[in-house]
Design a binder for this molecule. Structure first.
Ligand code: FJE
Ligand code: FE
Length: 296
């Protein structure tokens, strides 16, 4: 059987918007133009500074994946789980039935904070599971360099024979690609049943069988047919991510931080959050140290 290359069926430029408290983000998935791309609910490229933070907020029914490219961040949840992320660090958080947390620049850090936050939907059967974290410092994020100047970090899934240790409840591929020189090429395999997209961070390249040309901050939606994604760098210093996953094909009812399958489950999420029940125990008493110490 012939190997079919995926093509680009839609290209959307992300403009900067404000989120949280003073944070600048470029939203990819999760805007009017692309509400979701099953199984993905949101992708934000945050590029911000010490004046920004995401104050105490809940999540239910999905996973948040925070991948830091530059800077130092801290996080803290309502069960006492806290930590720091540096450049190249990965936090794969399964919110499941409930997490309340704060995300902010690390204390004393005053530089640029640049990274990605992806929201991966959970199947109906997984939405109410116990919350959990998979956390990887930069040196535990696996990478592969198939040719000089081509540097790939395998956040989830597999690239050029290198496999990520991340467990993805919703089968997901997340590949971070840097191509140092114009003219370099690469090809990423993608499972036939995955739906996906490319988000460009820097440089100019041609993507897919259709050789679609894009520069930075574009979301390129992939066609559903095919098992490979060819890329050619058209400038030096190309940087982009390829994200794909198995569609859940279930109803999506989203109300901000709660993503469920029915309206009733959303009402239940609000009630549980307000009453501090069904996974939100302690919600009313919780104020993060991050919020208490916030002074900008
Ligand atoms: C959220 C609005 C938000 N993008 N990128 C509504 F901004 C958020 C939220 C984030 C976020 C956090 C980080 Cl660290 C990076 C982000 C949106 O926290 F959860 C809701 N509900
Ligand atoms: Fe959050």
């Amino acid at each position: 059987m012939a190997i079919i290359a995926r093509s680009i069926i839609k290209s959307i430029l992300s403009r900067e918007q404000m989120e949280g408290v003073g944070a600048r983000v470029r939203r990819s998935i999760g805007t009017e133009a692309l509400r979701n791309l099953d199984p993905f609910l949101m992708l934000d490229e945050f590029d911000t500074d010490l004046h920004s933070f995401f104050a105490d907020h809940p999540h239910r029914g999905f996973e948040t994946v925070t991948y830091l490219l530059e800077g130092e961040c801290q996080h803290e949840d309502f069960k006492g789980h806290k930590g720091q992320l540096g450049p190249g660090c990965l936090q794969w958080m399964t919110a499941g039935r409930g997490i309340i947390h704060a995300e902010a620049p690390a204390n004393g850090y005053t530089g640029r904070i640049h990274g990605l936050q992806l929201w991966v939907n959970l199947a109906s059967k997984d939405k109410m599971i116990e919350p959990s974290y998979q956390e990887f410092p930069a040196d535990k994020v696996v990478s592969v360099s198939p040719t000089p100047g081509l540097d790939i970090k395998v956040i989830a899934g597999e690239s050029y024979g290198t496999k990520s240790p991340v467990f993805t409840r919703t089968p997901t591929m997340f590949i971070d690609v840097k191509m140092a020189k114009k003219g370099l090429t690469m090809e990423q395999s993608i499972p036939a049943d995955f739906r996906g997209f490319i988000y460009t961070l820097e440089g100019k390249a041609s993507f897919g069988g259709s050789k679609h040309v894009a520069d930075a901050h574009h979301t390129l939606v992939l066609s559903d047919e095919g098992t490979t994604i060819p890329v050619e760098a058209l400038s030096d210093n190309c940087h982009f991510v390829i994200i794909a996953g198995q569609p859940l094909n279930e109803p999506i009812i989203q109300y901000g931080p709660f993503v469920m399958n029915t309206k009733e489950e959303i009402y239940q999420a609000f009630a549980d959050y307000e009453r501090g029940e069904n996974g939100f125990e302690g919600a009313n008493e919780f104020v993060s140290e991050i919020k208490k110490n916030w002074k900008y």
